[in-house]
Design a protein around this ligand. Structure first.
Ligand SMILES: [Zn+2]
Length: 271
């Protein structure tokens, strides 16, 4: 499943091709995605200029003066920029045709992705309004995390994976960030000190930033905004290293499950 770094990589890949372009046509071949593709999309988007290509959590936002396209890749969604009217492949569900002669083509075999349209401020869309801050926002600080964690009993790992607290911290990134911050994933969120919260926010940012620079850690095939395969796995220091020596102290990495999710940690380095 594409994680935040992959979605950001896609955004950076497609943005130069979309920004400033007029959408000349919207072709929806399969409206039954995770939610139905609204009919208004094909009626209201053509003729609009894509002003900006933004990302909020794992949603891509194509901003126009008339409204915003909200796109989510779900489990298997892929976006490609192709010459308009390129012959179709299986699961090519929708095209946004551009005045440049290219089209943005959405392919999604499992159809958990979304292609939506809103004429309201996108931030107020039901899918977006309850989301926590972006990890790179200044509001996501040690003090913020400490305040939100106060009195909370879930494991800190579960806590930082909660989209209402902060977006974009998938399972691999949570494992890696807790290792980098030297915090046991098992500790109750409310027991993490402010200094530790500060270390953790820094670690989350660094891990995600590294992942974005490398194009994401995705463990399966993934096609980026430019249609090129070419993602490789980020160097993982703790994830999937059960029994292997800790990179810092040499003791074996432990594995357990927290909230059904595979969890890896070094008991010595992450007290
Ligand atoms: Zn260690």
């Amino acid at each position: 499943m594409p994680e935040l770094p992959e979605v950001e990589t896609v955004r950076r890949g497609i943005a130069p091709h979309l920004t400033g372009q007029i959408v000349t046509e919207v072709v929806v071949r399969q409206p039954r995605l995770r939610w139905p593709v609204p009919e208004e999309l094909a009626l209201q988007l053509p003729g609009q200029i894509i002003r900006r290509v933004e990302r909020r959590a794992k949603y891509l936002l194509l901003r126009t003066d008339a409204g915003t396209v909200i796109l989510h890749l779900g489990m298997t969604g892929r976006l490609r920029l192709l010459p308009a009217y390129t012959p179709l492949q299986k699961h090519d569900h929708a095209d946004l045709v551009l005045a440049s002669g290219q089209c943005l083509r959405f392919n999604d075999s499992r159809r958990f992705g979304a292609l939506l349209w809103t004429t309201q401020p996108a931030e107020q869309h039901p899918l977006l309004q309850a989301l926590g801050p972006e990890p790179f926002d200044a509001t996501f600080s040690g003090a913020y995390l400490r305040r939100r964690a106060q009195g909370r009993t879930p494991a800190i790992k579960t806590f930082i994976m909660d989209n209402h607290i902060v977006v974009g911290v998938g399972n691999i990134y949570a494992n890696e960030a807790l290792f980098a911050a030297g915090i046991s994933p098992l500790r109750p969120a409310g027991q993490i000190t402010e200094v530790e919260c500060e270390r953790l926010t820094v670690a989350i940012r660094e891990i995600l930033d590294e992942a974005i620079r490398q194009g994401g850690t995705t463990l399966r095939d993934f096609i980026g905004g430019d249609g090129e395969r070419g993602y490789f796995q980020q160097s993982l220091r703790v994830y999937d290293r059960h029994g292997l020596p800790c990179a810092a102290c040499g003791q074996p990495i432990q594995r357990c499950r927290i909230g059904q999710r595979a969890t890896y940690y070094c008991p010595h380095c992450q007290p």
